[in-house]
Design a protein around this ligand. Structure first.
Ligand SMILES: [Cu+2]
Length: 331
């Protein structure tokens, strides 16, 4: 029984970690031979634009009545052909050579990038293949190096250690990512509470998010949803030790440094999500706001509550006073 369960588990684990190369079909419809657009063909290659992943295979089927080619390079387009008899420029990445009606040609895409192609016999026929990088199943930095969580970085003065983890480990567009981080004193290995810092995200060289932070319990988190793919830097900058440590930092840490320059960088990459193309606007919900809520609760519930109790107490006492007053006024 145990063996059966283990083998089922093993089968599940291995089946999900397999990455299958997919096969795609592009049809060359009847009428593609005609540049006038007066045939049933609305496009020359159907679909004219396709997005695949590195390792995928595309097969072009010739359903037209003439031979065609699938040749990488720049098509002159319909007007380039009709106006100037421009035959286009092959770039040598791939070329099917002619294939007859009823025949097909397949090509495996091993590199990422955008590949325009056309037919050298009918140069108005144009298409584009977008090949995206395979999405790995492990977290990695911007150079593709595999990462082990939690990631660990010291500030340049080596006074603060910052740990970072994100979930899910592979970052995709339009999917919520939670960045969780903690601050440590590397000498005592103790968690540092009340650290002030800025949480900043850069993508493709541009700052896309910035938030001031104050960690209450030695760490915090930020939720984020990326709209675009590309390399990212998660920077925790301007890290300041809490006031109760400030004095210590001068004596214990040895030298006084500019706290504004205390920053750590973590890099990774965001992938285009194959399942989602949009997301609802997402609001960052930092844990620190919780304490603000508690403080608010104190004002909203506790203070009126106390006032209500005082009022109740006072009202209970009041009848006694009114009992006495008639007596005092005795007629
Ligand atoms: Cu052709």
């Amino acid at each position: 029984m145990k063996f059966l369960l283990l083998s089922i588990l093993f089968a599940l684990l291995t089946s999900t970690s397999f990455v299958y190369a997919e096969e795609y079909i592009i049809d060359i419809p009847f009428g593609a031979y005609n540049p006038e657009l007066n045939t049933p063909a609305e496009v020359w290659y159907d679909p004219p634009q396709i997005t695949v992943t590195v390792g995928d295979v595309i097969t072009w089927y010739n359903d037209d009545r003439e031979a065609h080619t699938v040749t990488s390079g720049e098509s002159p387009g319909r007007f380039g052909w009709m106006d100037n008899r421009d035959f286009g420029t092959p770039d040598g990445v791939f070329d099917s050579a002619q294939f007859a009606p009823g025949e097909s040609w397949s090509y495996k895409f091993e590199e990422s990038g955008s590949f325009t192609y056309f037919c050298i016999i009918h140069p108005w026929m144009e298409g584009i293949v977008i090949v995206e990088k395979e999405i790995p199943d492990y977290p990695h930095d911007a150079t593709g190096k595999k990462l082990e969580f939690p990631l660990l970085q010291y500030t340049p003065d080596r006074n603060i250690e910052v740990n970072l983890t994100w979930d899910p480990p592979v970052i995709k567009t339009h999917e919520k990512i939670q960045f969780v981080y903690q601050f440590y004193d590397p000498r005592s290995n103790s968690n540092l509470a009340e650290m002030k810092y800025n949480f900043v995200i850069f993508q493709n060289g541009q700052e896309i998010f910035r938030d001031e932070g104050l960690s209450q319990i030695g760490g915090d988190y930020r939720n984020f949803v990326f709209s675009d793919s590309g390399s990212i830097i998660v920077r925790i900058e301007g890290i300041q030790t809490p006031s109760f440590l400030a004095e210590e930092s001068v004596t214990v840490f040895g030298k006084v440094e500019s706290k504004e320059q205390r920053s750590v960088d973590f890099t990774s990459a965001v992938y285009d999500n194959p399942e989602k193309t949009t997301h609802e606007t997402y609001h960052i919900k930092p844990a620190q706001r919780l304490t603000t809520y508690y403080e608010l609760m104190l004002f909203i519930i506790l203070i009126p509550g106390v006032m209500f109790l005082i009022a109740l107490f006072w009202l209970k006492k009041k009848p006694k006073i009114s009992d006495e007053t008639p007596g005092a006024v005795k007629i």
